[in-house]
Design a protein around this ligand. Structure first.
Ligand code: KPL
Length: 297
């Protein structure tokens, strides 16, 4: 298949390397246009993929059969909208990012839209991307045009297993959102690894309870007890991780808070309920982001 990968960060590079190895014709796409993008990945088995791919080629884009979007949530809609007139109308667009809210921003996109959530973990080590943990990527349709594209899961599974197709991918997306609402801002608040959060049970419970209440009103099947257990399980299984939000804060990058706790707060407001613990941490992260500007003056 001819595949364009938008975003050449850790996840983008892992997908580019895996798809090429499977014989696909791939290009990278960078927000600041470049003719080439470098991929330098240490895989799970310790093998290195050190390659240069073509990038930002509009002719390739016009022939693409799949666009995989691996950007941060806040970069997604503007970048995808900039490409939509060149991308074929039948080319599926698969969004792989933390958080929610981009689907509203992309309403009306002519291409079939799919979304995915992944538990693969990668970290940047200087110029090298280390694929630290294997995981599952759950994908499924957002628009009716994407409903009969389950064969894509097969194609992607052969390149970077596991990939599972879900007709109702919203459920997996809400569960990942809930995990991110708890773990990401708390790891910034305590400046700690995911595993160290296990000592902060009251905040974990308060955040989980609020998100579960929002999920229930959104028609998502969950319970407060189940969600707390699920979050604790992810804290255990990713104990050594530095969350993506803490990595962003340490590198003074914009975080995905508006699409994580910010999204839950907006949904709660629309439902007429309050989420004080989510709001407290949302404000805390926003203040941290504003401090970057002050620190660089
Ligand atoms: O998705 C994650 C993130 O860091 O963004 C978790 C699941 C919290 C793993 O670190």
């Amino acid at each position: 298949m001819k595949i364009t990968v938008l975003g050449c960060g850790a996840l983008g590079q892992i997908w580019l390397a895996a798809l090429e190895q499977q014989g696909h014709d791939v290009q990278g796409w960078l927000r600041v246009p470049q003719p080439y993008c470098s991929v330098n990945v240490v895989g799970l088995n310790g093998e290195t993929a050190n390659k240069t791919f073509i990038a930002n080629d509009p002719t390739f884009l016009a022939d693409s059969e799949l666009l995989i979007v691996t950007l941060k949530a806040w970069q997604v809609s503007e970048s995808v909208k900039n490409m939509q007139s060149v991308l074929p109308a039948h080319c599926p667009v698969l969004l792989l990012h933390n958080g929610m809210g981009t689907l509203d921003e992309l309403k009306g996109l002519p291409q079939p839209l799919l979304r995915g959530v992944t538990t693969h973990a990668a970290r940047r080590d200087g110029t090298v991307i280390v694929h630290v943990a294997s995981g599952i990527t759950h994908i499924g349709p957002v628009t009716s045009a994407g409903a009969d594209m389950s064969e894509l899961a097969e194609v992607l599974h052969r390149a970077l297993p596991d990939v599972a197709w879900h007709n109702n991918v919203a459920s997996a997306a809400w569960q990942k959102l809930a995990v991110n609402c708890v773990i990401n801002p708390l790891t910034v608040f305590y400046d700690c690894t995911n595993g160290e959060l296990a000592e902060h049970r009251p905040e974990i419970e308060a955040l989980s309870n609020e998100v579960a209440a929002v999920m229930e009103r959104e028609g998502q099947h969950t319970s407060r007890e189940w969600l707390i257990d699920y979050v604790l399980e992810v804290i255990r299984s990713t104990a050594d991780n530095t969350s993506s939000m803490l990595q962003d804060i340490r590198a003074q990058r914009r975080t995905e808070i508006d699409y994580i706790n910010g999204y839950v707060i907006r949904r709660a407001r629309a439902q007429g309920i309050t989420t004080p613990e989510n709001s407290r941490l949302y404000e805390f992260i926003k203040r941290k982001e504003q401090d970057y500007d002050r620190e660089s003056i």
